[in-house]
Design a protein around this ligand. Structure first.
Ligand code: ATP
Ligand code: MG
Length: 393
């Protein structure tokens, strides 16, 4: 008897025509994340079996629980001996592991040549467990549901396992560009986007020397944490100093944030196009701050036709914080280093920006060439070559 990991696909089951594409991508993503282990994968239309060394099983399951596209992870006991007495013995051993009161057995025969019908296997195994324990059968809400699957290569016996992350395998829905600041929101927005099968690249606007190297390292650390779910992300850093200083020195200060964000969107669109990113993602949440009123979003969004995804648009801050703790970005996000959005902040940022006034203000300076310069001087950080910034925390 050996332990095998069984994976169920979840929402993928609703895909019909391109289901193979989703399963193939999931397999590729799993192999990539498990590249430091010796594993063997067998899959079909409904599930995947992962064979790993016994001592690696716990670590492998831990990694699998960070991969999107997996609905459930079960540890199965597999035996080539499909004799009913052997099945009964394994089933009893498994069920005895838990401190439970009720159980139910469910059998599935993909090997239809097996001489005992599924219902009868369940009944026989159930009777054997009843005879050898104090447990009772509960067909509606059992404490443990024991699955028996008889396949041509052997029998697989398992209990309901760990819930996977759900969603779609990363990259099946293409790539997007996440505007990643050092705050709490944007990493969560990124996580929720990856969940829908979208691979991410990251874009960070920095304003050295007004922002510090620690602020940059914090963003690198956040990107690294998102890489646990994403796979081949790269972080692009825009030198935003000149643009910010130009706005600060020359334009109506009440509009500083609005115009700064318009410049961010214009740059993000160009970077997204160059990098085959099909959308821009950010952490805006309606009403959270002055720059996130609907009229501010309207004024800022006016610079682009590119799709802007705002996965957090209707989230409460507390719900966002809860996710950020779950994905382990919270502690990094709350580090105090200032972001370019928090420097030069006006006392009274405009809440209902006037587009005509914005355009008049912007016409005072040559932003086209500043944007071109910023786009041409992007710095690319290969996240695989970065290290954890322990001293930040
Ligand atoms: P966050 O917590 O993600 O920083 P926030 O609540 O501070 O968001 P804003 O500062 O208005 O809100 O920023 C809204 C969104 O714009 C952010 O979620 C992020 O996606 C993007 N953004 C802001 N500043 C930067 C930056 N310096 N680099 C990249 N993206 C940024
Ligand atoms: Mg912020």
């Amino acid at each position: 008897m050996k332990e095998v990991i069984l994976i169920k696909y979840g929402e993928l089951t609703t895909k019909k025509d391109n289901r193979n594409f989703f399963i193939n991508t999931l397999r590729k993503n799993i192999l990539l994340k498990l590249s430091s282990f010796k594993v063997d994968i067998k899959d079909d239309y409904y599930r995947m079996f992962i064979y790993a060394k016994e001592e690696d099983i716990d670590s492998v399951v831990e990694i699998l629980s960070t991969i999107f596209g997996i609905h459930e992870i079960d540890i199965c006991y597999m035996s080539e001996d499909v004799n009913i007495d052997n099945i009964k013995k394994i089933a009893l051993d498994i069920i005895k592991e838990d401190n439970i009161k009720t159980f139910k057995v469910e059998t599935n025969r993909s090997d239809k040549s097996y001489p005992i019908k599924s219902m009868d296997v369940s009944r026989d195994v159930g009777a054997y467990i009843l005879k050898n324990t104090d447990l009772k059968v509960d067909v509606h809400t059992p404490n443990t549901l024991l699955h028996i699957e008889i396949r041509h290569e052997g029998v697989y016996i398992y209990k309901d396992g760990i819930k996977g992350l759900g969603g779609y395998p990363v990259s099946t829905l293409g790539r997007a560009l996440l505007m990643l600041s050092g705050g709490i929101d944007s990493p969560v927005a990124g996580y929720l986007t990856i969940k829908r099968g979208v691979e991410l690249y990251y874009l960070y606007f920095e304003s050295r020397p007004h922002t510090s190297i620690e602020a940059r390292n914090k963003v690198i650390e956040l990107a690294r944490k998102l890489e646990k779910y994403n796979s081949n992300g790269k972080l692009m850093v825009v030198n935003f100093t000149k643009i910010q200083e130009t706005i600060y020195k020359n334009l109506d200060n009440e509009y500083l944030i609005t115009i700064m964000r318009r410049m961010m969107y214009r740059i993000a669109e160009q970077i997204a196009r160059k990098n085959k990113c099909l959308a821009i993602v950010n952490g805006e949440s309606v009403g959270q701050v002055a720059s996130q009123t609907l009229s501010s979003i309207l004024a800022v969004n006016d610079v682009t036709n590119y799709p802007i995804l705002r996965p957090l648009c209707s989230f409460d801050k507390l719900d966002i914080i809860e996710i950020s703790k779950k994905i382990d970005t919270y502690e990094t996000s709350i580090l105090p280093y200032e972001d370019c959005c928090t420097i030069f902040v006006p006392k009274h940022p405009v809440i209902n920006p006037n587009l005509k006034h914005i355009l008049e203000e912007e016409s005072k300076c040559d932003f086209d060439s500043l944007i071109e310069e910023a786009v041409n001087n992007i710095e690319i950080i290969n996240l695989k070559e970065t290290q954890e910034y322990k001293d930040l925390l």
